[in-house]
Each structure stands twice: as structure tokens, then as C-alpha cells.
Design a protein around this ligand. Structure first.
Ligand code: F58
Length: 830
């Protein structure tokens, strides 16, 4: 067919766009059963919950694919500037509930299932988490994908399809053990394998210089080639037809590889060698110091960057004949420095493969990249040994050296021969081991560098990237993180979601969180308060049932549920929480029987994973169990205090725990949490925060007001001063007492806990637990006092939700779109 025929066909398709699938209960039932019979290959007369879940998700998947195709067709026709979001980690969690809600077919599916004798919630529980990430950074990527889709931005996510996601945490005798996460074993209906979308990725080898048409050229002759195969994950927007793509790459052996060995007859070894290629995308590195300098980690980074860029450049070239328009059509976002090899890779492709000269290539590169930094301390910044980079990616090393050479020349022009400054800012770190500083590379090449909260930007400017900020102040911005209310209210807390819509008289807040401010007018309304308390109670009952099912402990939903769930880290100070619990236990233990009536009963809940090589974090988990063992079995204490550790914390556990929490703790030493996003999820769900003035909490205080939160501890300036003046100036007797209890073996494991106690002893108390302990206890006492007055507490809770609008990832993404990426919405007609 000629071009005219093709576009007529396309026109016809657009006319038909809404007419493909129907969502009435009969069609849905038939659809689910068809999938059970033909996709899952079970008899439609005999299938269990898991098979029903599979049939159901394939039915939902069909609807996703339809919109996803439409979105791509439409974007192809419009050719707007696109955002490409490069991230090594995405913590997507479960997809079913989120998909049906965003597609607007939740109730229809629930009805259809009812008629088949199944319950939607029960089937949804069959799904495992997609845990292709570690913590905050990775979950943020997932929230941002949801906002990009919902607000109709023409965006793609790119990442790695790890065979094994984040390890599963198993607790044995109170100790953490790690087990592999076989998340793909039972198939994954949420991805679409694209065997024909694949690219060769090269490694090792050498660079040869040649003269082509009188011009000096570099030819990289690789030593190894691995194939990257695309797996597409449709991301539906809420209240829109737009469904964007998260493309994850899996490594497969390349047909070009090892042909020599086959030809020479070494068949067995050739086959075995081919298998090795797959290790590149086999596992997610847990948040460990130890991955620094590891070859496999670097291979993962380049593998995903190279495949993504080949894909992006191919798409661009489909409708453009030269690269002049590239910066008008492409924005590349680096999610932390992990994908920063994209910078030399674009330079290499433009120069060596597209034959642009250096200046022209640099002109393009300096306009397309932006970076978000998620770390606070310089030790968190990535470095790659020069030898390693040179052997794996010889051409990239040359390009990085050239970028650095030109950068140093620029600095010399500006500062003269200030060698100290030059060596601090250099991309190459000199020393016994020469390193490439990935952050410096990114700072030199990106047009914009964003921090993740206002306080974080201040830290970057004054400490971590002081020199760079002095040189390029205009590059530095911040976009305070946000989370998506679709997952963190609508999916995870349906009763609250319904209540909010009823009181606001609209569900428009699901796309416009500022509307929640309307709840402020009703904060003291007795009937709202009553309904609010009821919803909270229902969620607490659900959480207590979960706790009983998980660890066999009964807890009373009338107690205050006090929760700290996040990765275990010294700076996040789970140890401060546990020491506070010991103090509470000690007080109750020494109380007169008559005074016990005044105690507010508490259920303290802690959950989180420790990196496998992080000894101190693992000891904190053990201490939590040892203390829990003592308290939970002490008949003097009864229901006045319980300590629960929730094993294998992940996104779907968070969805259950957050709505059932009364109080949540975000108690990092000020200056250490870049932003924090857990706090925002709790806030939206009407849970009160007990927090330090760190990261985004500073901005939460501005929205909610001091009086509706429990704030304690040294602020950033005080932390700096305390450290400058030597630590341990202020140390309460209470603190000394609880540490002594641990040290002297009150909870057993005396020798094991010694090194943990040492970390908070006087001058080595880097995270200032001793200093903040007293004000922590005061804040806890305030929380007890407020809880007794349930009217007051409920008002604070309503005001927390009402003020949480600013912390929607919709706001963050809108800001990035306008001020960093320069992209506009492109809405697929419906
Ligand atoms: C987190 N970083 C920050 N890094 O700690 C947190 O304050 C912030 O809210 C969040 O990013 C989102 O901006 C974080 O999660 C990682 O997980 C790294 C991943 C790569 C390995 C080292 C840890």
C-alpha cells in the first residue's frame, strides 16, 4: 500500500479507538474465563485462586495493551518532545489493583468476579511484588511513572529486568537471612516480551584509529557482544487513555558471539559460554558499599544505557534526517549518577557512528541531560576505577578524558592555576587508585542538577558540590519529592478514599491533590470525625489481623500503632526507636500498679531490610527481636506495650501497614535524609508524624504546622555545631541507663550487641542518639498526651491528610516538566 493508503488506515484506526474492548460484567467474565482456559490452560470448570488471578490479570493486560498501542500511535503522529527516564531501579510492587483503578474498571471487575464466585481482594493477594529496586529512590521512580502517565506526558522509562529482585528477608531466631527473590517463576502477566526489539551491546576490546575520507576516526573493536531484549511494562494513567511504557532490558547471548568457537568445533564450551551473557541482568545489587568498583555493576550500567540509547536514537531517526533537532525532541533524565555512562555513550555514537565533530556533538549533549541526586554524603557518590573502565569500555574512557581536559581548560581560564580546586573538581581522581568520579562527570555535562528537597539542595550547594555550585549556580535546582495518591490512598486505603470523596463532594482530588485542602473546613465537624475514626479503626483491625497471620501475635486495635518502616540504616536511627521502647518498658516495669491505668497502650511496629553486608544494621534487627522477646512475654506489661518486627518489608506490606498506623517515625539525624518519601504516604493517610527537621519534613512542617506533628531533636545547624565541638556533650542519665541494659545483657546476646552499643557511646555517637534522646522522649510523651484526647487526635489526623496535597508526585513531575525537561502534555484522544 502507498503512503496515502497507510494514513487512511491510520485515520480509520483513530476513529475506532474507543471501540475495541467492552467492560460490562458479562464481557469481563467471558474474558477472564477465556484466559483461564486458553492462556493459563486450565479448565474453566476447575481452577483455583491463583489461576483465577492469572486469568484476571491477562484480561486486564489486554485492556492495558490496547491503550498502550493507541498512545504510541498517537505520539508517533504528533512527535512531541519526549522524556526518557533512565533508572537502574524501579520498585513497582503489585500491578493488578493499580491497573484496574487507573483504567477505571475496578468495580466492573469486582462485580464480574463476584458472579464467578471470586472476590477481587482475595485474588489481588495472589500477586507477588515486582521489587526491582532497593528503597526510596526506586519507589520514587515508580510513583513518578504513574504521574507522568496520568498527566499525559510523552515519557518512557528505561531500566533493567533483573531475574532476581531485592532479596527476600527471612528472620530466624531474630537474625536476618537473605533469600533469592524468584519473582519470575510463575510468569509475569504485566510485561510484554519483545523478542524483535533487541540491540547488541559491546564490551572490552580495543580502539583503532583510522582515516576515513581524510578524517581521523575511532573504531571500537569489541571483545564481547551481548544482546539486550526489551520487556515492555505498560503504565496506565488515571482518568486518561494515556498509557506509557516502562521498557526493561534483559541480557541474552548474542548470535554474533562465539561463532568462532562453534566453527572450530568447541561446541560444548561455546554453549556454556553463551549462558554467561545472561548474568548481566541476573541480579539487583542490594544497597551495599561493596558494589563500588565491581565489574558486573559497571556492565549492568552500560548494558542498560547502551540498549536504551540505541532504542531512543532509532526512534528519533525514524522521523528526523539529522541531529539538529535532537535537543528539541529528547530529554534524558539520569536518576542519580548510576546511568551517567549515557553521557560518553551519546558522545561516542554521535562522533564515531554518526560522524559529527566534537563541538557539534558536545553542543547536543550539553542540552539534553539532567540529573537528580538522591544522596547526601560524598561517600555515597559513585567512583569507577580507571583501569576497570578502560578495560570494559576503552572508547568511553578516552571520551571522558577529553571532556575532562576541556573542562580543566575552562576552569583554568576562570580560576587560573588553582590546583586544589582543579583537583577537587576534576572528573578524574588521582591517587593510589585512579578513579572516574561519576558525579563530577554528570555535573559537567548536565544542564540541570536537582536535589530532592529544599534542605537537600542547600546541603549540595554548601557541602557536597560547593565548588560546582560556585562555578555554575544556575545549574542547581530542587524538586521536593512526592508520591502518587493513586497507589498510596486510592489503591491502599479504599475506605479513606471514599470518605474523602464524599466529604469533598468530588473525586477530582485523585488528579488534583490541592483539593484536599477542602477538608480543613470540616476538621472539627463531629460527624466527619466519627467517620474518620471508624475508617481508621477498620484499617487497624486489618493490620492486626495481618500481624497475627505473619508472626502469630495478637495485638489490640485500641492501642496506639506506632510504626517505623524503611531500610535499616544507622542514620535512620531505628536504634533510637528501640532504645526509646526499652525506656518505656523500664518505666512501666517500675510503675505502681495504680499508675498503669494512665499508660497509653502501644503497639510498636518496625520493619525493614538491612543490606546483606551491613553488620551494624543486622545487629539492630536482632536487638529489635531480643527486646521484643522480653517485652512481649512479660506479664507485668501485658497489652500496655508490644514490639512487633514485620519481616520482609516491601511495597505491598507498606500498602497494608500505612493506612493502619496512628503514629509514624521519621527520625534520621538532621542533614542525613535527602528527602524521605515514606512520611508523605503516612501523612496522606492521616497518620501523625514523629520526626526530626530533616529532608522534606521541613517542608511538611510548613504545610501542616508544628502543632499537628511531634518534632524533636537537633536541627542541621545544631548537628554541625555539635560535631565541630566534639560529640557527647549532652548525655542524659536515661540514655546511659538503657544503653547499659543492652550492654550488660538484659536482653541476652551481650557479646553480640557490644559493637552496636559502642556506636552510640560518647565520642563515637556520630548520629547523635545520646544528644537527641531526651527530646525524643518528650515528643513521645506529647504523642501519648494527644492520643488520650481522641477528638484532638482526629482533628490533627484530618489536618494531616488535608495538608498533604503538596507531596503528590504530580506536583513534582509538573515542576520537572516545566523547569527541567521542557516537555508538554500530549493527550491521546478518547
Ligand atoms: C533515597 N536514596 C534517599 N538510594 O535516601 C531518600 O532520602 C530519598 O527520599 C529517596 O532516595 C528518593 O529521592 C536511595 O534510596 C538508594 O537506594 C541507592 C540505590 C543504589 C545503591 C545505593 C543506594
Amino acid at each position: 500500500p502507498g503512503a496515502g493508503d497507510r494514513s487512511a488506515k491510520a485515520e480509520r484506526m483513530f476513529q475506532l479507538m474507543d471501540g475495541f474492548m467492552t467492560n460490562d460484567p458479562m464481557s469481563l467474565q467471558k474474558d477472564i474465563l477465556d484466559h483461564v482456559e486458553y492462556t493459563v490452560a486450565r479448565s474453566r470448570f476447575n481452577f483455583d485462586d491463583f489461576e483465577a488471578y492469572q486469568g484476571l490479570s491477562h484480561s486486564v493486560r489486554d485492556r492495558l495493551i490496547e491503550r498502550w498501542h493507541d498512545t504510541h500511535q498517537y505520539l508517533k503522529r504528533k512527535d512531541p518532545k519526549r522524556l526518557y527516564f533512565l533508572s537502574l531501579e524501579f520498585l513497582m510492587g503489585r500491578s493488578l489493583s493499580n491497573s484496574v483503578i487507573n483504567l477505571g474498571v475496578r468495580d466492573q471487575y469486582a462485580d464480574a468476579l463476584n458472579q464467578l464466585g471470586f472476590e477481587f481482594e482475595v485474588l489481588a493477594e495472589q500477586e507477588g511484588d515486582a521489587a526491582l529496586g532497593n528503597g526510596g529512590l526506586a519507589r520514587l521512580s515508580a510513583c513518578q511513572m504513574d504521574s507522568l502517565a496520568t498527566m499525559d506526558f510523552p515519557a518512557w522509562g528505561y531500566g533493567l529486568r533483573y531475574q532476581y529482585g531485592l532479596f527476600r528477608q527471612v528472620i530466624l531466631d531474630g537474625f536476618q537471612h537473605e533469600q533469592p527473590d524468584y519473582w519470575l517463576n510463575f510468569g509475569n502477566p504485566w510485561e510484554i516480551e519483545r523478542v524483535h526489539v533487541s540491540y547488541p551491546v559491546k564490551f572490552y576490546g580495543a580502539v583503532e584509529e583510522k582515516v576515513l575520507e581524510g578524517k581521523k576516526c575511532h573504531v571500537w573493536v569489541p571483545g564481547e557482544t551481548v544482546e539486550a531484549v526489551a520487556y515492555d511494562n505498560p503504565i496506565p494513567g488515571y482518568g486518561t487513555r494515556n498509557t506509557i511504557n516502562l521498557r526493561l532490558w534483559a541480557a541474552k547471548p548474542s548470535d554474533q558471539q562465539d561463532m568462532e568457537a562453534f566453527n572450530t568445533g568447541d561446541y560444548i564450551n561455546a554453549v556454556i559460554n553463551r549462558q554467561r551473557a545472561e548474568t548481566i541482568s541476573s541480579l539487583l545489587y542490594p544497597d551495599d558499599r561493596s558494589y563500588q568498583g565491581k565489574e558486573l555493576r559497571l556492565k549492568q550500567q552500560y548494558f542498560f544505557v547502551s540498549a536504551s540509547l540505541q532504542d531512543i536514537i532509532r526512534r528519533f531517526k525514524d522521523s528526523h534526517s539529522n541531529f539538529d533537532d535532537f535537543p528539541e525532541k529528547v530529554a534524558l533524565q539520569l536518576n542519580d549518577t548510576h546511568p551517567s555512562l549515557a553521557i560518553p555513550e551519546v558522545m561516542r555514537v554521535l562522533i564515531d557512528e554518526e560522524y559529527l565533530d566534537w563541538e557539534k556533538a558536545w553542543g547536543i549533549v550539553s542540552k539534553i541531560f539532567s540529573l537528580t541526586i538522591h544522596a547526601v554524603n560524598p561517600e555515597g557518590l559513585e567512583k569507577v576505577p580507571v583501569d576497570l573502565l578502560g578495560s570494559l569500555l576503552p572508547r568511553h574512557l578516552q571520551i571522558i578524558y577529553q571532556i575532562n581536559f576541556l573542562f580543566m581548560e575552562e576552569l583554568k581560564k576562570h580560576y587560573g592555576l588553582d590546583y586544589n580546586r582543579l583537583s577537587r573538581m576534576s572528573i578524574v581522581e588521582e591517587g593510589a587508585v585512579k578513579n572516574i568520579r561519576m558525579a563530577n562527570l554528570s555535573l559537567v555535562c548536565c544542564h540541570t542538577v536537582d536535589g530532592v528537597s529544599r534542605l537537600h539542595l542547600a546541603t549540595l550547594k554548601t557541602r557536597v558540590f560547593k565548588d560546582f555550585h560556585e562555578f555554575w549556580p544556575q545549574k542547581f535546582q530542587y524538586k521536593t519529592n512526592g508520591v502518587t495518591q493513586r497507589r498510596w490512598i486510592v489503591v491502599s486505603n479504599p475506605p479513606l478514599s471514599g470518605l474523602i470523596s464524599r466529604w469533598l463532594g468530588t473525586d477530582a482530588w485523585i488528579r488534583d491533590m490541592d483539593l484536599l485542602l477542602g477538608l480543613r473546613d470540616h476538621a472539627e465537624d463531629a460527624s466527619l470525625q466519627e467517620e474518620w475514626m471508624m475508617v481508621r479503626k477498620v484499617n487497624k483491625i486489618r493490620l492486626s489481623e495481618f500481624i497475627e497471620a505473619m508472626i502469630g501475635m495478637k495485638v489490640s486495635p485500641d492501642a496506639m500503632f506506632d510504626v517505623q518502616i524503611k531500610r535499616i540504616h544507622e542514620y535512620k536511627r531505628q536504634l533510637l526507636n528501640i532504645l526509646g521502647i526499652i525506656h518505656r518498658y523500664d518505666c512501666i516495669k517500675n510503675m505502681k500498679e495504680s499508675d498503669k491505668e494512665k499508660v497509653v497502650p502501644r503497639v510498636c511496629i518496625i520493619g525493614g531490610k538491612a543490606a546483606p553486608g551491613y553488620e551494624i544494621a543486622k545487629k539492630i534487627i536482632k536487638l529489635c527481636h531480643a527486646v521484643g522477646e522480653k517485652i512481649n512475654n512479660d506479664s507485668d506489661i501485658g497489652d500496655l506495650l508490644k514490639l512487633v518486627f514485620i519481616p520482609d518489608y516491601n511495597v505491598s506490606v507498606a500498602e497494608l501497614v500505612i493506612p493502619g498506623s496512628d503514629l509514624s517515625q521519621h527520625i534520621s539525624t538532621a542533614g542525613h535524609e535527602a528527602s524521605g518519601t515514606g512520611s508523605m504516604k503516612f501523612l496522606m493517610n492521616g497518620c501523625l508524624l514523629l520526626a526530626t527537621a530533616d529532608g522534606s519534613t521541613v517542608e511538611i512542617i510548613e504545610e501542616i504546622g508544628n502543632e499537628n506533628m511531634f518534632i524533636f531533636g537537633a536541627n542541621v545547624q545544631e548537628v554541625t555545631n555539635l560535631r565541630q565541638n566534639g560529640l557527647g556533650v549532652k548525655k542524659s542519665l536515661q540514655f546511659a541507663r538503657v544503653v547499659r541494659m543492652v550492654r550488660e545483657g538484659y536482653f541476652g546476646f551481650k557479646d553480640y550487641f557490644k559493637s552496636l552499643c559502642d556506636t552510640v557511646e560518647d565520642s563515637s555517637d556520630f548520629y547523635l542518639l545520646g544528644n537527641d534522646f531526651e527530646s525524643y522522649l518528650e515528643a513521645q510523651a506529647e504523642a501519648d498526651k494527644a492520643f488520650v484526647d481522641q477528638k484532638k487526635w482526629t482533628k490533627m489526623s484530618i489536618l494531616s491528610t488535608a495538608g498533604s496535597g503538596r507531596f503528590s508526585s504530580d506536583r513534582t513531575i509538573r515542576d520537572y516538566a516545566q523547569n527541567t525537561w521542557g516537555i508538554e502534555p500530549c493527550k491521546c484522544p478518547s
